[in-house]
Design a protein around this ligand. Structure first.
Ligand SMILES: Nc1ncnc2c1ncn2[C@@H]1O[C@H](COP(=O)(O)OP(=O)(O)O)[C@@H](O)[C@H]1O
Ligand SMILES: O=P(O)(O)OC[C@H](O)CO
Length: 504
């Protein structure tokens, strides 16, 4: 009989679905990845086809199993991690979504959000959810679906429909419609979840016009969520872990102690600071969110969300055509003229934290006749570093124990995501933050976090403090920029942002 000692991690991201199989030492033994289509039906709208999400997940799981030469009996547990906030509503009887998924980046409910802010609801929403009223989160997306899909509101009230973020939709499909649940981290991004009490909030449901009958049950991150329908993989596999992708990366980076920070550089950049078991109400326009919930105990994080990081590199490639591959940017930036101070403020879809300016649009400053692809590449990479600096400074102001020079538990930034592969960018990040930047040997930290949660619940992996000892440094980037140069450059960035904000 096969002994189940492997873990299957599903990482359903914004642009692709990945499946990774880990052994019980958390080494990756096989993986598969599939990109899927992005739909932009109107300006500022972003949608995903639910069947693309489901088929991509199913096919990558099957491919990873095949590559590993394993059958379902060898898999002890599945862990799911996902793009957060993206909103689906489906028919409980058929399992079919009533509309495409509305993606986290989608701005169609900006008007509704502005009205809610104008009506003075921001303080209540922030106090209960830790979030700002913004189209980014699920609540107004759910209401939009109920108001715009014919019959949806009536059917929702009659209990015929289900809402879920991507984790919840996948769990429903994986269990053959047997389980409608989510985890506390995904729930904390909905804007209808009280992060202090850990329950759906009736006042907010009433405010956003969302019937409670739509909602999934909210569970710990590491628990038995259900079993896959046997026909999917040849035998039933328990699903034992779920977390939103940025929280999963926080776990994968073993940021379990208050004061530890990780920053993930993919399409966007999301930095999370573990603040322990008490949520911190940000005074500097960050989000307060659930980092993880284990054994009914919640840990919290301050989060800074930047919408454009690696996407600026994609713009150099697809928009300007000055590179063919992302990896060319580091060498180009290294060769740039150091005397030119060119700044790119990549507000392509507005600015996220800490500015939250949905109307701002991108700008470039400091061009001369001598500016070319090298300076553009350098400005794009540096923009990611400066944006991180803005987040880290806001974090330090909200939670001073984490600041450099203070009695911090740890004053270091752990990085991951595709763009963390760029040595030049990571060195510049350390220089501009004036903080060491640590890159782990396993860069797939998001999937690792999901695998850890599932393996923990399966009894294969140790408790968080011992798991933290397994974290391995690949490279530390140590700050080395002269203070005068650093402050000159930061002043230039701040000035550029001021000139870019929509109220400027
Ligand atoms: N060597 C590199 N230098 C700079 N940017 C890079 C490099 N390698 C990848 N990237 C950027 O990283 C992003 C991909 O990271 P990934 O973590 O896969 O993102 P996501 O999960 O959001 O799709 C892309 O936007 C790409 O432009
Ligand atoms: O899918 P990613 O990696 O771009 O992450 C998206 C975030 O979860 C959005 O909040």
């Amino acid at each position: 009989m096969t002994v189940a000692r492997h873990i299957l991690a599903i990482d359903q991201g914004t642009t692709s679905s990945r499946a990774l199989i880990f052994d019980s030492k958390l080494e990756v033994v096989a993986s598969a990845q599939r990109e899927f289509a992005q739909h932009f039906p109107a300006s500022g709208w972003v949608e995903h086809e639910p069947e693309d999400i489901w088929e991509g997940v199913l096919s990558t799981c099957r491919e990873a199993l095949r590559k590993a030469g394993l059958d379902a009996a060898a898999i002890a547990a599945i862990g799911i991690t996902n793009q957060r906030e993206t909103t689906l509503v489906w028919d409980r009887r058929t399992g079919r979504a009533i509309h495409r998924a509305i993606v986290w980046q989608d701005r169609r409910t900006a008007g509704t959000c502005a009205d809610l802010v104008a009506a003075g609801h921001e303080a209540l929403v922030a106090a209960r959810t830790g979030l700002r009223i913004d189209p980014y989160f699920s609540a107004t997306k759910i209401a939009w679906l109920l108001d715009n899909v014919p019959g949806a509101r009536r059917r929702a009230e009659a209990g015929e429909l289900a809402f879920g973020t991507v984790d919840s939709f996948l769990l429903w499909r994986l269990t053959g419609g047997a389980v409608h649940a989510t985890d506390a981290t995904n729930a904390s991004r909905s804007m209808i979840f009280d992060i202090h009490r850990g329950v759906w909030d009736d006042d907010l449901l009433a405010l956003f016009g969302i019937p409670a009958a739509l909602l999934p049950e909210v569970r710990d991150c590491a628990t038995l969520f259900g079993e896959t329908a046997p026909d999917l993989f040849g035998a039933a596999i328990p699903v034992r872990g779920i977390a939103g992708d940025q929280q999963a990366a926080t776990i994968g980076q073993a940021c379990f102690s208050p004061g530890m920070v990780k920053s993930t550089y993919g399409t966007g950049c999301f930095a999370l600071l573990n603040t322990g078991e008490t949520p911190v109400a940000s005074k500097h326009r960050l989000l307060s969110t659930i980092a993880y919930q284990l054994n009914r105990r919640r840990s919290y994080a301050l989060e800074g969300s930047i919408f454009i990081a690696g996407a600026a590199v994609q713009w150099l490639r697809d928009g300007l055509g000055i590179i063919k591959d992302a990896s060319e940017t580091g060498p180009l930036a290294r060769a740039a003229d150091p005397a030119q101070d060119v700044y790119l403020v990549p507000a392509f879809v507005g600015l996220g934290a800490p500015h939250w300016d949905a109307q701002a649009r991108g700008a470039i400053f400091g061009l001369t006749r001598g500016s070319g692809p090298r300076e553009f590449a350098k400005a794009a990479l540096e923009s990611v570093c400066y944006q991180t600096l803005d987040l880290i400074e806001a974090m330090h102001a909200d939670w001073p124990e984490a600041g450099p020079g203070s009695k911090a538990v740890r004053s270091v930034l752990r990085v991951d995501g595709g763009m963390a592969a760029s040595d030049w960018t990571m060195q510049r990040l350390a220089d501009l933050l004036d903080l060491p930047v640590d890159r782990p040997s396993l860069r797939e930290t998001t999937a690792l976090g999901a695998a850890y949660l599932a393996g923990l619940d399966a009894g294969l992996l140790p408790e968080p403090d011992r798991f933290a000892d397994l974290w391995r440094l690949e490279r530390r980037f140590t700050p080395g920029m002269a203070p005068s140069e650093r402050s000159r450059k930061i002043d230039g960035w701040r000035d550029s942002v001021r000139r870019t904000l929509s109220g400027a």
